[in-house]
Design a protein around this ligand. Sequence first.
Ligand code: DX5
Ligand code: ZN
Length: 223
Amino acid sequence: MNRVVEIAPSILSADFARLGEEIAAVERGGASVLHFDVMDGHFVPNITVGLPVLKSVARATKLVIDAHLMISEPGRWVEQFVEAGAQMVSVHVETDPHLQRTLTCIKDKGAMAGVAINPATPLIALEEALPFADFVLLMSVNPGFGGQKFISTALDKLRRLRRIIDERQLKTRIEIDGGIDRNNIAEVAAAGAEIIVSGSAVFGTPDPAQAVRDLREATMQWV
Ligand code: DX5
Ligand code: ZN
């Protein structure tokens, strides 16, 4: 198996007062995607950052910005997130009854469209949306906070999703998010993830650039 695995540091665990430096560090470490968690205090029990911060970040980095929208009624907002500079935008299957329309809208705006799914939501909830999605964001924690423990059943779910996508010969990529660190990243990569989000295991360390290098190296032992 020779799949290229990308590391997507999540700025949720970064020092927001030094955000530019933190982003530059993960860029030096070899990250290619920057995961940007948007929470509304409604769909998830936390509030983070939104459009103005995304606009500034987009001006400050060449990394692909991956906006993970943990918000109710995401269809109302996706176009603005693309306009603000997000090149990947994901919306949750649990909060969007018009998923096909929202995904198409993201793509028509010129970004990659993703469908995010919570740990306890069955894969069947997104199967019909797969042909319209550039990627699936499989949650391995319940969204809302950084630093949570990886839910171990996510590994089997990841393998099943990999199989569905391969059997249907779709190009949909798999991103995984939550509780991933140096100890479990190899297993996650081997199970079929292509974009791996990591927040506290990168920004919670004294040297985020080195943390990204270590994570990348750990994946290479397996893929
Ligand atoms: C959780 C967020 C994640 C979070 C991951 O709601 O969607 O992106 O930042 O952080 P860690 O890697 O610490 O679990
Ligand atoms: Zn996220």
